[in-house]
Design a protein around this ligand. Structure first.
Ligand code: FES
Length: 178
């Protein structure tokens, strides 16, 4: 016969740890199909447009873009969201800088993805969501955006200014293409 009365009581924190570990393992085993299903789900939003290069500004209009006066142009993309496919309009800004070089910026704020607008009077881009400000050259002037506006790859062809719309990860200092 064993004398349990003289045995030291089991450490409650150890007992708690062992139970938690057991519950964790059980949840992992039980939840594996769910975890797998989640991993195989398509990303929340994915650009599935067929044409990578799209005409943004026709040839005749490109010359009319004046230095320091960004031109807003909308692009239609096809986006798959989970199991739904829809069209989405994305605004881009074409900026002619000094030396006549063109830059195309995404209007998607690099902080949390709101749409920035151009304030002609102040000569800057403004994101209304958390008061982020960007210069006409895209760099951050003020507010929470972790990096400047994202430049969009572009090229000049006989047809005009074409762009290859690119999305980048939000809220990171580093520019990471999605
Ligand atoms: S989303 Fe633009 S500043 Fe936050």
């Amino acid at each position: 016969m064993t004398d349990t009365a003289n045995q030291p009581p089991e450490n409650p924190s150890r007992r708690g740890f062992v139970s938690a570990l057991g519950a964790g393992i059980a949840a992992l085993i039980g939840g594996y199909p769910l975890i797998r299903a989640l991993a195989e789900m398509p990303p929340a939003s994915m650009d599935v447009s067929e044409e990578p290069w799209v005409l943004l500004v026709p040839a005749g209009e490109v010359e009319t873009i004046a230095p320091g006066k960004p031109k807003r142009a909308d692009l239609t993309r096809v986006v798959a969201e989970r199991w739904r496919v829809r069209e989405e309009k994305v605004a881009l800004y074409v900026v002619r800088g000094e030396a006549e070089a063109l830059t195309v910026f995404s209007s998607i704020c690099t902080h949390a993805g709101c749409v920035v607008g151009f304030e002609a009077k102040e000569n800057r881009f403004h994101c209304p969501c958390h008061d982020g400000y960007f210069g006409i050259d895209g760099r951050v002037l003020d507010g929470p955006p972790p990096r400047g506006l994202d430049p969009i790859p572009h090229r000049l062809t006989e047809a005009g200014l074409e762009v290859r719309f690119t999305r980048y990860r939000l809220d990171t200092a580093e520019r990471i293409e999605l």
